[in-house]
Design a binder for this molecule. Structure first.
Ligand code: AMP
Length: 487
């Protein structure tokens, strides 16, 4: 028995001539096309020296080839390491040094020559050395033997200490979660998913793509979110997975109504809290109750509102069938959410101390605060960790604060998330000066240091930061002081 997830994806597929991916340009890629391309890429990677358990870092735009690259890496028994295309050169240097990949795949314009790894290139329109070499390779490739605990991917999460940590995910983690999602969300080969999420994050890569693969379904692959395009595609599709920002933007579209959404059987939301108001407005306008689920990079998906049965606005539903969720507080009260199950990652890459610190009796300490209501629905009420979620992306304030504090003329700073209609939360920096510094100077200094989504949308100068008796900055006070409707 081979536990390689690749084997399961293609074993599930009885009709290889079925459409797997359609693009917005009208191209159709069958399961056979992607299977063969993965074989050619796997042979290319192996020829470049890739061995089982080696890492392949990929900072590439979303494309069919990029997805085939993910499949090829796991097929080789190696470890896929997707990286946000927004990461700057200095952020990339950290990831490459930490993960020590055997191969880096990146855009030709950002190719890095290094004696430590081999660089192959892949552009947004699938040009570059990876594809050139793959074309000369055979499509035949024997899928590497893997056990359930072998690693399939490392996904970097931001750390509260300011350093990103690599979450190690095994074939068993990914497969168990994909199986559960197919089952609880009733995915079948007849489904067509609108896929407008990025593929360097657990949501677009695993929740969406793995579920579709395991269900032998089809997805319409869009490079990014575009409300007009999604509205136009709805009559052909059956499901949509999105972050809350997708739903608030779609709600503002004049064509969103019951007729446009008639063919969709399921709207799913996750990665950040969906406002109860959005849930209600969506139901009124379309007649569909959005199904909200809760997950994280380290654990894949943990809980979901029911397919049949009431989907409660503001709740993230019930634990998945094989997931155990406990709260370290008496029933009904708020406490830390802790998670155990086959979905929970194997630990942080080369960081056993951090891994040990985040587990208690086999349960992963999520950092999210929540409570179970009397009907068993889980409600997330806040974040124990000091995280800002903007447009579905996580931003850890300490990383931004460290960069701001290093700028000449800055005494100290506090980064918070403020409510924002479009992004959910907007990264906002509160800064105390000790010299001649301007908003423009801070913004241009951060521009070369931080990915765009991490850069503050606003910078507010204050005389001093509010602190409690222990000397800790009171971010709740700052959030209250500067809470005003977003522009
Ligand atoms: P990530 O690792 O990027 O997937 O982010 C995980 C974090 O996103 C979780 O720890 C939660 O804080 C948050 N999150 C994900 N889904 C939800 C949800 N449905 N409601 C509230 N927060 C969520």
């Amino acid at each position: 028995m081979n536990d390689n997830i690749f084997q399961h994806f293609f074993d599930a597929q009885h009709n290889l001539n079925k459409a797997f991916i359609e693009t917005d340009k009208g191209e159709v890629f069958t399961y056979a096309d992607v299977f063969n391309l993965s074989g050619q890429i796997a042979n290319t990677l192996r020829a470049a020296g890739l061995k089982p358990d080696d890492r392949v870092a990929a900072q590439v735009e979303k494309s069919i080839t990029a997805l085939a690259l993910y499949l090829a890496v796991v097929r080789c028994g190696a470890i896929f390491l997707p990286l946000n295309t927004a990461y700057t050169d200095s952020e990339m240097a950290y990831f490459l040094d930490d993960a020590k990949p055997r191969i880096l795949v990146c855009d030709p314009a950002r190719a890095i020559a290094s004696p430590k790894f081999t660089t192959l290139t892949l552009s947004a329109n699938s040009a570059g050395t990876l594809v050139e070499r793959a074309k000369t390779q055979s499509t035949d490739f024997t899928t590497a033997q893997r056990s359930r605990d072998d690693l399939a991917a490392i996904l970097y999460t931001s750390g509260t200490t300011g350093k990103s940590k690599g979450a190690m995910l095994s074939h068993g983690n990914l497969l168990s979660n994909a199986k559960s999602l197919v089952q609880i969300w009733h995915f079948t080969a007849d489904d067509i998913l609108i896929h407008a999420l990025p593929t360097y994050h657990t949501h677009g890569l695993f929740v969406a793509s793995n579920t579709i693969l395991l269900a032998s379904a089809t997805m319409i692959y869009l490079p990014k979110f575009d409300a007009d395009q999604i509205i136009a595609l709805m009559p052909r599709a059956t499901t949509l997975m999105g972050v809350p920002t997708f739903y608030t933007r779609l709600l503002a579209h004049p064509k969103l109504d019951k007729a446009t959404t008639k063919n969709i059987r399921l709207f799913i939301s996750g990665s950040a809290p969906l406002l109860a108001e959005t849930h209600r407005e969506w139901s009124l306008k379309t007649g569909h109750a959005i199904l909200e689920r809760y997950g994280m990079t380290e654990t894949n998906m943990n809980s979901s509102n029911p397919y049949d049965g009431e989907r409660i606005a503001g709740s993230v539903g019930f634990p998945l069938p094989d997931v155990d969720i406990r709260i370290d507080a008496p029933q009904g009260e708020i406490g830390m959410i802790e998670i155990k199950g086959p979905n929970v990652f194997k630990g942080y890459w080369r960081n056993p101390e951090k891994t040990a610190a985040e587990f208690r009796d086999g349960y992963f300490i999520s950092g999210d605060l929540g409570r179970f209501d009397a009907h068993g629905y889980l409600h997330i009420v806040g974040r124990g960790k000091d995280l800002v979620i903007t447009g579905g992306f996580n931003v850890y304030p300490i990383e931004i604060e460290n960069e701001i504090d290093a700028i000449d003329g800055v005494l100290e700073s506090a980064v918070i998330g403020l409510p924002h209609k479009d992004f959910g939360e907007a990264v906002t920096a509160i800064v105390v000066k000790n010299g001649d510094v301007t908003e423009a100077k801070i913004k241009s200094a951060l521009n070369i240091k931080l990915a765009k989504f991490k850069q503050p949308k606003a910078i507010i100068f204050v005389e001093s930061l509010p602190r409690n008796a222990m000397g800790k900055v009171q971010k709740n006070v700052l959030r209250e002081m500067f809470k005003s409707p977003s522009p």
